[in-house]
Design a protein around this ligand. Structure first.
Ligand SMILES: NC(=O)c1ccc[n+]([C@@H]2O[C@H](COP(=O)([O-])OP(=O)(O)OC[C@H]3O[C@@H](n4cnc5c(N)ncnc54)[C@H](O)[C@@H]3O)[C@@H](O)[C@H]2O)c1
Length: 445
């Protein structure tokens, strides 16, 4: 295999090293212009980019041997994806690499705004010890509305699990909800939301989506967090809503002005009025497009890209992935005309040690951990197996229920209901391909 990869931006060294160790031939060129790279791109099967220039049709026409484009980042907006796909070029991105960072940043912005941390800190720095004017709000009991329930939106909802908040999501795709958020219409989201967090791509539909009409559609005054794209919000309209009190505060990691040069933007005559307002407002937190920019994501983004490139050429190099999800049968439940009689039959003829609920088999796993598997007949009228119409329900022991449900939801598997925690551990439910309900159980020690 002679796969030559051109790296046009610098990245975490694990990207280069691991690709090299896997037998790929790495070349770097961090300085040539787009035209100079176009002149030699026919020599490469792969290109790894961050954001140095757009991979447009002109570029792709010259890339006659290109098999993949890997972007070390969440999205592929800088690539003419449609044209690349028509040329059978695999597109690789790494949203798994920075979604946790974005989620933590979004949460950080909310908590900071709610507790007026920036404002209080700045006041103390200038010698003011103001307590009453810095009285905070609590997230507890609020409704968080997420628009765009993909990688980032889902990761953010997962972070909210420990808070007693209702999490709603709105997405143009159907059935994207998971155990961490309830999917609702945009109308319902606008009716109930106290804190809005945007996790949308930038498309013709989402461009300038949050404008005056959109904001006015919210029933209550609300806080807004934007870590998605600056152009999704009309900043002047946001400021008007802040002045009227409809928007209570804003955490903005992305700004519509990002396309302008920030060096000139800070010079007064170029500074838009709305931006001047944001710079001074106490209920605003701005950050320079760094939500996904952490030490951890720097490494994770590179690792995800390596794994995906390797998977393209060598298949999934992690054959134990499925084993790590499920560790055994946790239970088998089935409907019975007369559970009591049946239990007695099994006790008499097969020697099962039964109680009112069935029989519990005790065993040890390969690491010598004490484990149990429950076998239980249920009355025929039970609705515990719903929506499955089958007469039985399996229970699998899983390693990490939350992680698994997130992965399954990304894979399009139907999740039934919310995760529940009982004495024995955490429980979640999914449907298999034939609509059989499966219980997933993360046992307690
Ligand atoms: N600030 C940062 O550092 C940072 C880091 C990573 C990602 N991002 C940005 O976050 C955003 C989300 O990224 P992602 O990886 O989660 O994307 P994604 O594609 O996984 O998810 C986006 C979701 O939005 C939905 N959507 C699209 N158009 C919609 C519409 N008009 N109304 C409602 N829903 C709509 C999609 O169906 C999808 O489920 C992107 O804009 C990305 O660039 C920012």
């Amino acid at each position: 295999m002679d796969i030559k990869i051109l790296h046009i931006d610098s990245n975490n060294p694990i990207l280069w090293d691991q690709l090299q160790n896997a037998g790929f031939i790495n070349h770097s060129d961090f300085t040539s212009s787009k035209e100079e790279i176009e002149a030699k791109i026919q020599d490469y099967q792969g290109i790894v980019i961050r954001s140095r220039f757009k991979i447009d049709k002109t570029f792709l026409e010259k890339a006659t041997n290109l098999q993949f484009i890997a972007r070390v980042g969440a999205g592929l907006e800088s690539i003419d994806c449609e044209y690349a796909s028509s040329k059978n070029i695999t597109l690789i991105a790494a949203p798994e690499g920075n979604r946790n960072a974005v989620a933590e940043h979004s949460l950080g912005m909310i908590l900071s705004l709610f507790n007026k941390l920036n404002q209080a800190h700045t006041e103390i720095q200038s010698g003011h010890w103001n307590r009453e004017s810095n009285r905070g709000h609590e997230l507890d009991g609020k409704t968080v509305g997420i628009i765009g329930y993909g990688n980032m939106g889902k990761a953010f909802a997962k972070k909210l699990r420990g808070f007693d908040v209702e999490v709603l999501c709105y997405d143009i795709k159907e059935n994207v909800a998971d155990a961490n958020a309830k999917q609702v219409s945009l109308e319902e989201l606008k009716q109930k939301t106290d804190v809005l967090s945007l996790h949308l791509p930038w498309t013709p539909e989402t461009d300038k989506m949050v404008n005056t009409a959109f904001i006015e559609g919210f029933e209550k005054p609300f806080w807004i967090i934007n870590t998605s794209r600056g152009n999704n919000v009309v900043t002047a309209d946001l400021v008007t809503a802040m002045q009227s009190g409809k928007v209570l505060g804003a955490g903005l990691d992305v700004l519509e002005y990002e396309k302008l040069s920030f060096e000139t933007l800070f010079k007064d005559k170029y500074t838009p009025e709305a931006f001047k307002y944001l710079l001074k407002a106490k209920n605003v937190i701005l950050s320079p497009h760094i939500a996904g920019w952490t030490f951890e994501s720097h490494e994770r983004l590179a690792q995800v890209i390596v794994d995906k490139i390797k998977a393209k050429y060598f298949g999934n190099s992690n054959p134990t992935a499925t084993e790590e999800r499920v560790t055994g049968i946790g239970g088998f439940f089935f409907k019975s005309k007369n559970p009591k009689e049946l239990l007695s039959w099994y006790a008499t003829h097969l020697g099962l040690k039964t109680d009112d609920f069935g029989s519990t088999f005790l065993w040890k796993d390969k690491n010598d951990n004490q484990c149990s598997t429950q076998w239980s007949p249920f009355v025929e009228e039970t609705n515990y197996f719903a929506p499955s119409e089958k007469q039985f329900m399996q229970n699998f022991r899983v390693v990490n229920l939350d992680d698994l449900l997130n992965k399954l939801s990304e894979e399009g598997v139907t999740i039934v209901g919310d995760v529940q925690t009982y004495e024995y551990g955490k429980f979640g439910w999914i449907l298999d391909l034939e609509g059989n309900k499966i219980e997933l159980w993360e046992p307690k020690e």
